[in-house]
Design a protein. Structure first.
Length: 551
């Protein structure tokens, strides 16, 4: 695990976006340490480097999203890297993830700041008019660093289980001798850190005097993000993958931690957005309705429109011409939506729909249609992706768009209602909790335009189904099914819809299984896939690093 101490430029093709010049820090190297200690914004450059390691998934696998390794979608082009997750090619020498490297880089940035650049006073600037505001913001950096370090460890434990753990700045030789620390201890560290900083990290980035930000800053960690991390980590810790003995205390802790997020958000006047689709559109980070729900996200700007080009339907005319199909929602996902669910139209484009903002021509996803097979890269499922896709992007013609600003949602309020419901339903003793699972699930359902479930209908299966449709294409499903240890139930049989147009203009729709002549590559599932293999390159460097079972 060789970690180089250098800081990434904030002008890469896809980076964290901060609000205005007040957060515009430069790139510095470790040999500039004394230089960095002399001025506030120089230390801030290291904080930007921490944030630059946050996760997102706008096509991490040769334009495929991780969703296309689940029952959410199928990537339209065969032979894509994402297929390694289910075609037998996945393994230690093809670990298929950059999380190990990026998270340990982020952890090193955090450790470096906390060990070398914390508790500075910048004495030579004490007479500056902005000194008080600047030192106030600087003093919050340590809590941001501790939050981000805990978050990076969460990503690692979620994916690998036991992982090497350290909180000091170490050289490569030392890190390459570290054994794996138990997942139990990693979860404890995350919880302890969140408890320690939840009341000291800044609550509101408008409370910075002259350094205040003009809009709600969900791209930087505040105390709601800390509570959210603690709650999500507690749910994972309580889940079957990490809690094989069904320790009820872990479920109780998870229920309370998620309820704490709900109550804290309510106290700030937050609620579920009335515009579900708007949560995932360009500019959501500054939309007043979206800000009611968004807690924390990876604010990105793209100097290209690749995500739109790769996910627009093929065969479109005008400014939408040239789409590559991309991550095509499965029939499994489509049929999970109930009649009247507004999330369907915000997530999936189906045969007969008009592609938003481009033209009024109906999509023809039937065989032989303008947007269907056998056209190259056409949807193999009968559906195209809408969620996160900016339908107004000009991907061809004389006025091609050059960029899209977007936020990869990491935490939003709806998650914690469903997290709470899941934890509550797993409790054998529910005393002390007045909010029922039905109350929590119905809060999410009502926003989607659906009626209430009764207490008897609000089962664990109902909760899991709600997560499926609520969080589609947000990176949750891949790990939800793994922590439930239900991959063989959900990930082996993936369906699409073969649509043919009849002579009278009607359509015949046939549900087809992956590998049955419609879709590429039948999907394999093995229990070892609940955790990722440790990259073989890391094991070869570290004699004390062991491999995950089965790999």
């Amino acid at each position: 695990m060789k970690i180089k101490y250098y800081f990434l430029s904030a002008l890469a093709a896809c980076v964290l976006v901060s609000c205005g010049d007040k957060m515009d820090y430069k790139e510095f190297k470790i040999d500039d340490a004394e230089y960095m200690k002399k001025k506030f914004e120089r230390a801030g450059g290291l904080v930007t480097s921490m944030y630059s390691r946050l996760d997102s998934d706008f096509g991490n696998y040769s334009n495929a999203m991780l969703s296309s390794a689940t029952d959410e979608s199928v990537f339209s082009t065969a032979g894509n890297a994402v297929e390694s997750f289910y075609n037998g090619a996945w393994g230690p020498t093809n670990a298929n993830s950059s999380i190990w490297t990026s998270c340990y880089q982020g952890i090193n940035y955090c450790n470096l700041f906390l060990n070398e650049f914390n508790n500075l006073t910048f004495d030579e600037y004490k007479m500056d008019l902005d000194y008080k505001a600047e030192i106030h913001q600087y003093n919050n950096f340590q809590f941001e660093a501790r939050f981000l370090r805990a978050y990076f460890y969460f990503l690692l434990v979620r994916q690998y289980g036991d992982v090497p753990f350290f909180t000091s700045s170490l050289d490569a030789a030392t890190t390459n001798t570290l054994p794996r620390t138990s997942a139990e201890d990693i979860f404890k560290f995350i919880d302890d850190e969140c408890v320690a900083i939840k009341d000291t990290i800044i609550k509101d980035y408008t409370d910075l005097g002259k350094m205040a930000l003009t809009v709600s800053e969900n791209g930087r960690a505040n105390n709601l993000a800390v509570l959210a991390l603690r709650a999500r980590a507690a749910l994972y810790h309580a889940s079957p993958l990490f809690n094989p003995d069904n320790n009820q205390e872990l479920w109780k802790k998870a229920a309370q931690a998620n309820l704490d997020v709900i109550n804290a958000c309510k106290s700030r006047g937050m609620a579920l957005s009335t515009d579900y689709a708007g949560l995932f559109l360009e500019g959501s980070y500054k939309d007043s309705k979206a800000l009611k729900e968004l807690i924390f996200g990876n604010r990105l700007y793209s100097l290209n429109i690749n995500f739109e080009t790769n996910n627009f339907p093929v065969g479109m005319s005008g400014a939408g011409a040239g789409g590559k199909g991309g991550n095509c929602p499965s029939y499994n996902l489509y049929e999970a939506y109930e009649a009247g669910d507004v999330r369907l139209a915000a997530t999936i484009a189906k045969n007969g729909d008009a592609w938003p903002n481009v033209n009024t021509q109906e999509l023809q996803t039937y065989r032989g249609g303008a947007n269907g097979l056998p056209t190259a890269n056409a949807t193999p499922t009968g559906f195209y992706l809408k969620k996160y896709v900016n339908g107004g992007t000009q991907i061809s013609g004389s006025s091609v768009s050059t960029r899209n600003d977007r936020t990869w949602v990491i935490f939003r309020l709806a998650e914690f209602y469903l997290n709470y419901a899941e934890a509550y339903l797993n409790l054998t003793d529910k005393s002390g909790f007045t909010m029922t699972a039905a109350n929590a699930i119905n809060t999410v359902r009502n926003r989607a335009g659906l009626g209430n479930l009764s207490d008897g209908e609000a089962t664990l299966d109902a909760c899991k189904k709600e997560r499926f449709v609520e969080f589609a294409f947000e990176g949750q499903r891949f790990f939800d099914v793994r922590r439930w240890k239900e991959g063989s139930k959900y990930f082996q049989n993936i369906y699409g819809l073969e649509i043919t147009k009849n002579a009278d203009g009607s359509f015949t729709e046939t549900k087809k299984l992956v590998g049955a002549g419609l879709l590429p590559n039948a999907r394999d599932w093995q229990e070892k896939m609940n955790l990722f293999p440790i990259p073989q390159s890391e094991i070869m460097k570290n004699p004390n690093l062991t491999q995950n079972p089965g790999w």
